[in-house]
Ligand binder design. Structure first.
Ligand code: NA7
Length: 534
């Protein structure tokens, strides 16, 4: 029941939270980081499900702040699996002595802005109160699990695990009948991994996905040396590309000047890279011009079709009612081929939704599927979910959850009008995981917030908040850019459409990491126009 006073409270100890803690502490701020998990890692702690793997290459999915770290850390594969990234983050926490300022197993229960004192009162489930000048939320864009309310959960005699709350111990799948609900990026990784480990695998699919073949490879000493030689350039380069990876996206208009054959050659080249280059690295028209989208859609459909033996199964696994890239494109490594195995069964739950759990399994269309375990790969309440669940009340006691129930708004995804001194990393309407190499975006936003807090200290100010006009201007610009794309036409998590009652808006900024960074830098260079500093 202690009351503690300090400059900054960082919520979350994942990639962003660890870096934020390190940066502020180096500058002499008193700061603590809280995390509900028993250890650091954030996403990479919780998502311990079989096959969990990053889909940005490790050479651009890492911290840049320490040359020693870059020199020391050896990656083992191009797209590392969850245990390796968790190890990396733990190493960072130890290497930079961060643990001493991290409180684990601690969840924020509420945060109230004290107008008179100009600070936040944050109460945790451990009964402590933190009186802090600033809160930096590093809770992640995809961290509040979505658990569909299937009736009969409690009747089921087997195990149920959500992928984002996966047990930390090994599970033996041999001889088991396992059901996987959900075929997004996560479900795809689970299916391709479990197919050969279980006795029978039932995949309950509502929306098929255009997954792209991942090209993974081991990182041996030679590759590691090549990567290290690139680091000094890469470190800067990732911040000046459209999606925060190393490759640049061609200018709008370029692809239309090419012939169909030339465009297919570009797609073949991107496909061969075996990465998200095939998604956010082709050319801008893919996500904006219906005819160009149709062209790439056919290209990807043919690639997928070639992997599936049974044409009837292929027809179900290949999306037919929306275009390529309008949902987040997953990478796969054996997903479609898994359905060629006799023990893997596709259950279409679009026409016949899952009705309920029974004692023995799941019931769909009146038919019971007996199962030992059900894996919920059912996604997240993205962007706003974790923040809204924190009971944040700003000026005048206004609740952030209520504000966002009416309309999901922010100024550059970094601050919200009415909530002074609350900074958000990967907040809604910032570029983040949807269209960005997350490690790039997180570090850029942490750097911006650090500079802002430093500026306030150096200029003897104690609060910062975007004006209503600044926020409105950003929301309008964000929507204008979003509306030039086809992304707003589908019911994806990008649009918040996977959560009932959630206000519809593209949750991530799609104007480009490079353009966004320039704008953020300009705001800082001009002493924060559109922000009230008191
Ligand atoms: P996603 O991409 O939101 O996928 C969730 C999946 O779960 C998706 O296939 C959903 O179908 C399915 N789902 C959700 N609720 C139900 C119900 N009630 N019945 C059947 N199926 C359901 O989450 P992921 O964890 O895979 O990936 C999230 C991001 O993490 C990913 O994009 C990367 O950026 C990393 P639906 O599409 O709603 O029809």
């Amino acid at each position: 029941m202690a009351v503690r006073e300090m400059d900054v409270l960082v919520v979350g100890a994942g990639i962003a939270g660890l870096y934020q803690l390190h940066r502020l502490r180096e500058l002499g701020f008193s700061v603590k980081s809280l995390d509900a998990a028993p250890d650091v890692g954030g996403t990479w702690y919780w998502n311990a499900y079989p096959g969990a793997q990053v889909d940005s290459p490790a050479n651009v999915y890492q911290y840049w702040f320490s040359q020693e770290l870059l020199d020391e850390w050896e990656w083992s594969e191009r797209f590392p699996h969850q245990p390796e990234i968790k190890r990396y983050l733990k190493h960072v926490a130890e290497r930079f002595d961060l643990y001493r300022d991290i409180e684990l197993n601690t969840k924020v229960e509420s945060a109230d802005w004290d107008e008179a004192e100009q600070r936040w009162d944050v109460v945790t489930d451990q009964g402590d109160t933190f009186k802090v000048r600033y809160i930096v939320s590093c809770v992640g864009m995809l961290s509040a699990p979505k658990v569909p309310p299937f009736p009969g959960h409690e009747d089921f005699r087997g195990e149920i695990h959500h992928t984002a709350r996966w047990p930390q111990h090994e599970i033996d799948f041999s001889g088991k009948r396992v059901g996987v609900i959900g075929t997004g990026a996560t479900g795809i990784q689970v299916v391709q991994t479990l197919a050969s480990q279980v006795e029978e695998l039932f995949v309950f699919q509502r929306t098929p996905q255009y997954a792209v073949r991942m090209k993974n490879y081991p990182v041996d000493a030679q590759v590691m040396a090549e990567w290290r030689a690139q680091y000094p350039t890469l470190k800067d380069q990732v911040h000046h590309t459209f999606a925060g990876f190393e490759w640049a996206v061609p200018e709008a208009g370029w692809a239309s000047s090419l012939s169909h054959e030339e465009r297919i050659a570009v797609l073949e080249e991107c496909w061969a890279d075996g990465s998200l280059k095939m998604f956010v690295g082709t050319y801008p028209e893919v996500l904006a011009v219906p005819e160009m989208n149709a062209e790439v859609t056919e290209f990807v459909r043919a690639k997928i079709r070639a992997q599936i033996d049974d044409p009837e199964v292929a027809a179900k696994l290949i999306p037919s009612d929306y275009g390529y890239g309008l949902y987040r494109v997953p990478l796969e490594n054996g997903y479609f081929e898994a359905f060629n195995r006799p023990n893997v069964h596709l259950v279409d739950v679009k026409a016949n939704p899952i009705e309920r759990f029974s004692e023995n399994g799941l019931v769909v269309g009146g038919e019971e599927y007996p199962l030992d375990m059900v894996v919920l790969a059912t996604g997240f309440d993205a962007g706003t979910g974790s923040l809204a669940r924190m009971n944040i009340r700003g000026r005048g006691g206004e609740s952030l959850a209520d504000v966002w129930k009416k309309d999901i708004r922010s100024a550059l995804g970094l601050q919200i009008h009415g909530f002074p001194n609350l900074f958000t990393v990967a907040g809604p309407l910032a570029p983040s995981t949807a269209f960005c190499n997350m490690a790039t975006c997180l570090q850029q936003q942490v750097d911006w917030i650090t500079e802002a807090i430093l500026y306030l200290r150096d200029h003897d100010k104690h609060s910062m908040e975007p004006t209503a006009e600044r926020e409105e201007e950003w929301v309008r610009h964000h929507d204008e850019v979003a509306n030039t794309t086809l992304l707003t036409s589908v019911d994806s998590w990008y649009m918040g459409a996977n959560i009932e009652g959630k206000k519809r808006r593209l949750l991530s900024y799609i104007g480009g990491v490079d353009a966004y960074r320039d704008l953020c830098d300009e705001i800082q260079a001009n002493d924060y126009p559109g922000f009230t500093l008191a």
